[in-house]
Design a protein around this ligand. Structure first.
Ligand code: ADP
Ligand code: MG
Length: 342
């Protein structure tokens, strides 16, 4: 429609965890099929619709194939700026969806069937690259936003903060970020692991390996010009693992943890604010406050610019998470009205 495309929003409902089952938590979220999901609890009864809903039984492969992730990889190879982001409450399955479960140890990697959207996308990308006779140059960069500071997860040494700048041609960009070339699946997976280990996580009541920062892994795909009819293209594929929203009271955060929580919540609030403004029709839109946080600056193109974006909203089915679940569902429904101009 006039060169506009909508954000694609899919929902993933994780299974109840052992702790939740043992506690006897009620399951309040039910998939109705056809992208509809129903929430029923004491005073709440609501149905929401998405492009696709993956319930507790959905495999990692089903999420990759059914979410449109494969198409997103192909669009990135065609020169578009593509972004997938996972959001939802802490412990709702964002990291699991993107990366799969944590490997128990180096020698005991997670089973291939459990690999997440990222590893599956890398495989797809490298397969295409090989079949095209390796005319693609692939590089990766990996950043985190921790307490409103942008840090490089790939550069060695203690994390230092990088400046975030704006230019007319590039929009918002991070200066001096490291970009590492890779040619094999092993190489990119090892970059992902290295970076993830440097990411700020702290254990708290809801999730033993809770991510305390927003992480952005970007694959830059450059294809050489084959002929005048087929010029060189430069696309990107960005994976965003947002730190989860949380209520300081529920997670038992205090001191440094509550400073982190407040900065996480503030940037998520800024993101939510931008999304609700972007969800209005273009004619009625006012200024979009991307500058309110580093996160919204870095996502400006994906949300309101020339990017193509897939959102994976993650929720827990437990009655105890009801209010966070409803807030994620409202947020995700609103995002479905956002359009970009790829
Ligand atoms: P988040 O990144 O949103 O904080 P995680 O991805 O770390 O949450 O998930 C929290 C816990 O739930 C982890 O132990 C993870 O292995 C488990 N989990 C999440 N999603 C699923 C799923 N679809 N199937 C099985 N276990 C899951
Ligand atoms: Mg996480």
């Amino acid at each position: 429609e006039g060169g506009e495309t909508r954000l694609r929003v899919v929902l993933r409902v994780r299974p109840l965890t052992c702790t939740e089952t043992r506690r006897g938590d009620q399951q309040v979220v039910h998939s109705l099929g056809d992208g509809a999901v129903h929430v029923s609890a004491a005073r709440h009864d609501a149905t929401f619709g998405f492009s696709a809903v993956f319930d507790a039984g959905a495999s990692q492969e089903a999420v990759f194939e059914g979410s449109g992730m494969r198409q997103l990889v192909e669009l990135a190879m065609d020169g578009f700026s593509c972004t997938v982001f996972a959001f939802g409450q802490t412990g709702s399955g964002k990291t699991y969806t993107l990366m799969g479960p944590l490997a128990q140890s180096e020698s005991q990697p997670a089973s291939p069937a459990l690999l997440g959207l990222m590893q599956r996308s890398f495989t797809c990308l490298l397969e295409h690259s090989r079949s095209r006779g390796s005319d693609l140059a692939l590089t990766a960069s990996y950043l985190e936003i921790y307490n409103e500071q942008v840090r490089d997860l790939l550069s060695p040494g203690p994390p230092c903060s990088l400046p975030l700048r704006w230019s007319k041609t590039r929009g918002f960009y991070v200066e001096n970020q490291l970009s590492v070339e890779f040619q094999s699946l092993e190489a990119i997976v090892s970059l992902l692991l290295q970076g993830s280990q440097r990411r700020r996580t702290s254990a708290h009541a809801l999730n033993r390996h809770s991510s305390r920062s927003h992480a952005l892994l970007t694959i830059h795909i450059r294809s050489r010009a084959v002929s005048a009819a087929c010029p060189s293209k430069q696309g990107t594929l960005c994976f965003v693992d947002l730190a989860g929203s949380e209520r300081v009271k529920e997670t038992g955060s205090s001191g440094e943890l509550s400073v982190e929580a407040n900065s996480i919540n503030r940037s998520l609030l800024a993101l939510g604010h931008c999304i609700s403004l972007l969800a209005k029709s273009r004619g009625k839109r006012t200024h979009i406050p991307y500058r309110d946080s580093k996160l919204t600056r870095l996502l400006a193109r994906s949300l309101g610019g020339s990017g193509i974006t897939l959102m994976v909203a993650c929720i827990s089915p437990s009655s105890r998470c009801l209010s966070e679940t409803l807030s994620t569902l409202h947020y995700a429904s609103r995002a479905r009205r956002v359009t970009t101009r790829p």
